[in-house]
Each structure stands twice: as C-alpha cells, then as structure tokens.
Design a protein around this ligand. Structure first.
Ligand code: URP
Ligand code: ZN
Ligand code: ZN
Length: 459
C-alpha cells in the first residue's frame, strides 16, 4: 500500500525542510509540498514533528554464545526493541569462537535472524582465527553480501586474534575492499592484570576497570592503527571508551591512516561508579572496554560533535541478573555486556541535541547516515531521498518519559539506564514503507526484516 507522510520537518545531513514524503513499493518516490495521493493510501500527519531517516545501530549482539552463557535477546525481541526506539537497521556481530568453523558460524548466525527480525539487518563477520581455509571462506561470505569484518584484540583464546592473524585479516580485507572493525584491548595485559588482582583477593565488579585500564585500550588502538598503516587497510575501532585511546586514533587519522571510530551509549552516559556499586548492581554495568572515569565523557562528546568520532552504536549485549551472578565470586566471570538497542536514539537525542552537545544534523549523521556510508548501505539506508528505502522515523520532541526495565521490550530484567529521563521518542516508525511502530507500541509485521546484502566499497 502507498503511504503519505504529510508536513513533517525532514532532517537529513545538511538539510532541514518542511515537506511531504510519498512512498510506493517500499521506496520513497516523491518528496515535496502538498503531494497528492490515491484515496486508499495510508496517511500520517507529521505536523509539528521531525522526520528522520531510519536509525542504524552498527554494533549489536543478538545471538551470542559468550562467557559460558548466551546473550538474552532473539531477533524477535531485539528487533522489536530496536524499532520502538527508532532503529530500523542493525548490524550484528557474527561471532563464532576460535574453536568454530567460520563458514558454519556464518550460516548459524544467518539462520537465527532469517524470518525472525522485524527490522532490516546485516552482519559484520568476525575473524577469530586465520587458518588454511579462512581466505576462501571469507571470500564466500563477502560474495554473500557481508562486506565487513570484525576482529577482537581482546578475549584471549576465545575470540581474540594474535598479531599475525590481524595482519592476515587486514591484508585480505585490503585486497577484497572491505572494512575491518576491531575491539582494541591488549589481551595479554588484560589476562595478566586479572590474575594479579585476583591473587590480591580483589574479586568484585569494581576491579573490572582496573584490570583493563585506559592504557591497555590505547595500546590496542595504537597497534590496530599501526597495522592499518602498514597494510593500507581501512579500519573502524568499535566502542572506543576513553580519551587516551581517542588521542591515539586521532593521531593516526592525522597522519593519514584510514581509521574510523565508534563510541557507544554506555561510555557516553555512564561512568565507572556504576560498576563500583556493590554486588549485582555493579555487575550489571560490567562491559569491555569498561565504563571509565567521568572526565572521558567530555572528550567523547566533544569528538563526536567535531567529527573525530564517526558513529554512535550500542554494543547491545543483554545478560540478565542471574547470568551476571555467574561472576559473583570473580569479576572475570561476569558476562560482559550492557543492553541499549531500545534507548540509543532517545538518549542520544536527549543528551546530545537537547543539551546542546550535538547539532540536529550531526545527530542524524552519527546515528544513521555515517554508518550507512561506512558499511555500504548508503543511499539505500541512512537518508531520505527519492529512491531510498522508506525507513522513516516521525519523531515527537514533546514526549517526556523515564526509562525502566518495567516498560522495556528488550528481553532482560534490568535496564542499564534505569531512571534516566528522555525528551523525545518516535511516534511512527516505518520499515520499507510499512508502519511497524506507533507511540511506543509494535503494531507491525514480525519477521518482515531482510538481510541487507552489501558490496565491498573500498575497491
Ligand atoms: O562487553 C561487551 N562489550 N560485550 C560484548 C562483546 C564485545 O566485546 O563487544
Ligand atoms: Zn567488543
Ligand atoms: Zn560488541
């Protein structure tokens, strides 16, 4: 069915215009004033509201076997939570461990999403070892439309690659024209510091941050940058958390290294005092890299406004209270991760735009357009233009609410941002022209989401 969204203020990178949007066959076909539409077209009055391109979360975990358990969401629950919060596309980390076959893992991850997600999705393919068959398997995966890789410099013996494997992955990525995303912490130092702290009887969640200090992340970021420089590959640092690592990335950028940077919501809004709360309250806020000292947030927000941080994701990774308690005797066993897929856009709007830290079009860029460009989805996604998919968020800036586990849709028994106020939320969310959300409720079609096939963009 056709759809007419009338009289909203359409916000894209570099443009704000009051106009109507007409959608046919999942695609935006006209943008203009006083557009006509057949009587049977669905009509949405967006007067007084902003209209954004559907938001893109470039870093989520939905299916994830990790730390002796599994992340809690399925694509059914995760995608509905995403949509209610205005995210119409997410890119999931496909993460087989070092003991798994990469291609088998890729098929497994795809099968978990196929026909289940209510929003569109894509994958970053993790390379967790580099063996004889890796090159041909990665070539097949890229040919299947998954044109970005992920490496972990952390998580020794599980996801982590050594320097030789990093080199081989980057060198292949350069030849294939794909971007490599990376979790940058020095695995060896983390393992040594964890053992040292435990030997001193330091077992609570407050010791998670000291086991992975800022210098350990800066080292990983710097090493990744050096490997990019020497292979000519293009990289993207995921969930950069602190000023020291940021400085390393900015230095590398300034000498011409092709390095991009993502920040995630927990590092922008939460600090290490959350993980220092006693018992399970602290465990709920354990993620890696850890929540940092508060002064880092100023550096991250500033870099976001100025463009040295490219995107804001979530690193959505929900483990419930019972799972977090796996680490009650030792912080090294606390499943790492904080959920956020549902709250990213509203929190970023509230703490970024409303508080004057981000211009409105910069907000659109970091939460949608830039990820679309970096990961081969633009202009199909990430903008509002004729020919783009009709993924649209009609945004109500007059809404006021408070985040709570009691009202969330993510499959978890806590919310890492519990009690935080939001000043705005989507009133209508469409995926390829179909209304999926109205005023905080999922009203659409489950399983509508498609896997997005992406071409290498760097050739
Ligand atoms: O703590 C985190 N970040 N959990 C998810 C896995 C990862 O490192 O992204
Ligand atoms: Zn990570
Ligand atoms: Zn992650």
């Amino acid at each position: 069915m056709a759809l007419l969204i009338r009289n909203g203020e359409i916000v894209t990178v570099g443009s704000r215009v009051q106009a109507d949007i007409y959608v046919e066959n999942e695609t935006i076909t006209r943008i203009g004033k006083n557009l006509d539409a057949p009587p049977n077209a669905e009509r949405i009055d967006a007067t007084g509201k902003l209209v954004f391109p559907g938001f893109i979360d470039p870093h989520v975990h939905i299916y994830l076997p990790f730390m002796a358990t599994f992340a809690k969401d399925t694509h059914e629950t995760g995608s509905i939570a995403a949509l209610i919060g205005g995210t119409t596309t997410y890119i999931e980390m496909c993460c087989p461990s070092r003991n798994d076959d990469a291609l088998g893992g890729y098929e497994l991850w795809k099968s978990k999403a196929d026909g289940k997600s209510a929003c569109d999705y894509a994958f970053h393919m993790s390379v967790t070892k580099f063996v004889k068959e890796t090159e041909s398997q990665l070539r097949q995966i890229v040919a299947d439309g998954t044109a970005s890789f992920k490496i972990f410099l952390a998580y020794k013996n599980f996801f982590g690659v050594d320097d030789g494997e990093m080199y081989q992955t980057l060198e292949l990525a350069k030849r294939l024209g794909v971007i490599v995303t990376a979790h940058c912490e020095n695995a060896e130092l983390v393992a040594r510091l964890q053992q040292k702290l435990l030997a001193e009887g330091k077992t609570g969640p407050e010791w998670h941050e000291p086991s992975r200090p800022e210098s350990v992340e800066a080292e990983g970021t710097g090493r990744f940058a050096t490997f990019l420089e020497n292979t000519g590959a293009t990289g993207y640092v995921v969930h950069l958390s602190c000023e020291e690592a940021l400085r390393t990335a900015v230095d590398a950028k300034s000498r011409g290294v092709k390095i991009h940077v993502e920040s995630v919501l927990p590092h922008l809004l939460l600090d290490k005092s959350f993980a220092e709360k006693p018992g399970v309250e602290g465990m709920k806020h354990v993620m890696s890299p850890p929540l940092r000292a508060k002064h880092n947030q100023f550096a991250l927000w500033n870099a976001l406004a100025l463009g040295s941080i490219d995107t804001v994701g979530t690193d959505h990774c929900p483990f419930d209270t019972e799972q977090k308690l796996l680490g009650k005797d030792s912080f090294v066993n606390i499943p790492n991760g904080i959920p956020g897929i549902e709250d990213r856009v509203n929190l970023l709007y509230t703490h970024g735009v409303k508080r004057g830290r981000l211009e409105l079009d910069r907000f659109v860029d970091v939460a949608s357009t830039r990820a679309a460009k970096l990961f081969g989805l633009f202009p199909r996604k990430g903008t509002i233009s004729v020919g783009s998919d009709a993924d649209l968020v009609v945004y109500d800036t007059n809404y006021r609410g408070v985040l709570s586990a009691k009202t969330q849709h993510t499959n978890n028994d806590y919310n890492g941002f519990e009690g935080m106020e939001i000043a705005g939320r989507p009133s209508v969310v469409t995926v390829r022209g179909k209304v999926q959300v109205r005023d905080g409720k999922f009203v659409g079609e489950r399983g509508r989401g498609k896997m997005l096939k992406r071409e290498p963009t760097l050739c």
